[in-house]
Ligand binder design. Structure first.
Ligand code: R5P
Length: 303
């Protein structure tokens, strides 16, 4: 069968070639740029009539990427593509899943409606499902969710001798418990109170008794979260750990958004290392998602 034609929007230096290879897909070519006044210009350069197509586009800067993404998907359809799928390793607008204050937009639902009308299917990685049981609650197209936990656990087993996993809030338990089980490591979940975008408090971890032995015998705290955005959740937790003179923590995020130089702030606050998947391109990417994403795509677009 003719291979899937995979277009890419945004920056995916490692993930794009890995996904193309693992999915046995052909690279689609397009030109996407902005006019001086900021409007988007989109041109499809590959022949796509009758082809199964998909767009790889992580949505960490959704407001900037969304319109070009819709224009590209719409153009593929106008040019006769048989199907148009979306591989969005990071799926934006999942956290506003409730009207917390009167009159607030429930952007998760509106965003899902827009994407569902533009695409035939969706593949993503660990979307922030808190008040929704699954993507089907808000997305009306078939979707597959890739879970990064086995890959995170594999990285931990290969690189850390004595890890103690810490999840910053109750929402993180779903990811942290799965990573801990696969890594055969202990874990604990803290309580978080968020008062504002950058105003977060996290409860004190139950710190293990110091053994007084060699440094190697001390556990390495490993902070695990789905998203590192402003970094304040992890910064708060690091402050507790450093105050208790525990070893410098390793910070692992499935999606490293690192808004407002959060990566620099985390290292300055005492993180030993930042580790993320390549869902969002960043120097901390140590865990590749290409093969796992390809398997999910194959379920929705069998060869
Ligand atoms: C929220 O519930 C998520 O699971 C993350 O904990 C949160 O998005 C992290 O955000 P920030 O890095 O801005 O504290």
């Amino acid at each position: 069968m003719t291979p899937l034609l995979l277009f890419t929007l945004g920056d995916h230096p490692a993930l794009q070639p890995a996904l193309l290879a693992a999915a046995g897909a052909e690279a689609g070519h397009c030109e996407v740029r902005h006019f001086p006044d900021g409007e988007s210009y989109v041109r499809v350069l590959s022949e796509c009539a009758g082809r199964r197509t998909a767009i790889l586009c992580t949505l960490h800067r959704p407001d900037e990427l969304f319109l070009p993404l819709l224009f590209l998907a719409g153009t593929l359809r106008e040019l006769g593509a048989r199907s148009v799928g979306l591989v969005a390793p990071y799926l934006a607008y999942m956290r506003q899943d409730k009207r917390f204050l009167d009159g607030e937009a429930i952007t998760s639902r509106q965003f899902a409606g827009q994407l569902s009308s533009a695409f035939d299917w969706l593949v993503t990685v660990d979307p922030h499902l808190h008040r929704y049981a699954g993507l089907d609650d808000i997305y009306s197209i078939p979707s597959r969710v890739v879970h990064a936990a086995p890959l995170l656990a594999q990285w931990i087993r290969a690189h850390l001798a004595n890890p103690l996993l810490i999840g910053p809030d109750s929402e993180s338990e779903q990811w942290v418990s799965a990573v801990a089980a696969a890594a055969k490591a202990p874990y604990q979940i803290l309580e978080k109170i968020r008062r504002g975008d950058r105003d977060v408090s996290v409860s004190l971890p139950l710190l293990p008794a110091r053994t007084g032995g060699t440094q190697a015998a001390e556990p390495t705290p490993v902070l695990v979260d789905d998203i590192i955005s402003s970094g304040h959740t992890m910064l708060e937790t690091i402050a507790h750990l450093r105050a208790a003179a525990l070893a410098a923590p390793v910070c692992i995020g499935v999606h490293g958004l690192f808004a407002e130089n959060a990566d620099v702030k985390l290292m300055a606050a005492g993180a030993a290392l930042l580790v993320t998947t390549d869902s969002v391109a960043h120097a901390s990417n140590a865990i590749g998602l290409g093969a796992t994403l390809a398997a999910a795509v194959a379920e929705l677009e069998p060869q």
